[in-house]
Design a protein around this ligand. Structure first.
Ligand code: HEM
Length: 140
């Protein structure tokens, strides 16, 4: 039996990663991911010219990640339902493009873990998401 709302329970309230970590790690992850992609000849040509910290690409990614991990739904307020797989369909994402993207994402995550002192639980939750979702984004 679970306790009615407001009564003592042994189960702690569910918290999101955003509540635990705040906005900075997600902003850093987005900027660092695109900093890596900007220098990655394997996939660079799929992306827009400007991948700098103030670019639309970084903003989209930052707002998306923030929203996904439990922060304000800025991405959807601005752009509607993410429909991530559909939005990626016009790009030819095969195994090697996916692997290159994921390499950049995991390198960005490693930097975030160091600089924002993320604990292992947080690191693993984000890593699992990046591995699975990048796999799901393959369309060729
Ligand atoms: C965890 C996996 C991924 C997430 C969360 C993600 C997220 C996003 C988001 C939020 C956008 C902006 C969409 C929009 O609003 O128009 C985007 C764009 C894009 N993504 Fe991904 N993506 C992922 C995996 C990948 C992979 C594996 C590739 C392969 C190269 C890729 C290539 C691209 C490209 C080319 C764009 C268009 C960039 C632009 O025009 O700004 N993504 N992605």
């Amino acid at each position: 039996m679970h306790a009615p709302d407001g009564l003592a329970s042994n189960t702690p309230p569910a918290t999101t990663l955003f509540e635990r970590l705040g906005p900075a790690p997600f902003a850093r992850l987005a900027a660092e991911l695109y900093r890596g992609i900007d220098r990655d000849a394997r996939i660079r040509s799929m992306f827009p010219e400007d991948l700098g910290p103030e670019s639309e690409a970084v903003r989209d990614m930052r707002e998306f990640l923030t929203q996904f991990f439990g922060g304000p739904a800025e991405y959807s307020m601005r752009k509607g339902h993410p429909r991530l797989r559909a939005r990626h369909m016009r790009f030819p994402i095969d195994q090697s493009a996916r692997d290159a993207w994921l390499e950049n994402a995991l390198a960005a995550l490693a930097m975030v873990v160091r600089e924002h002192a993320l604990d292992e639980l947080a690191r693993r939750e984000i890593e699992t998401y990046l591995v699975r979702t990048s796999q799901f984004m393959m369309n060729r």
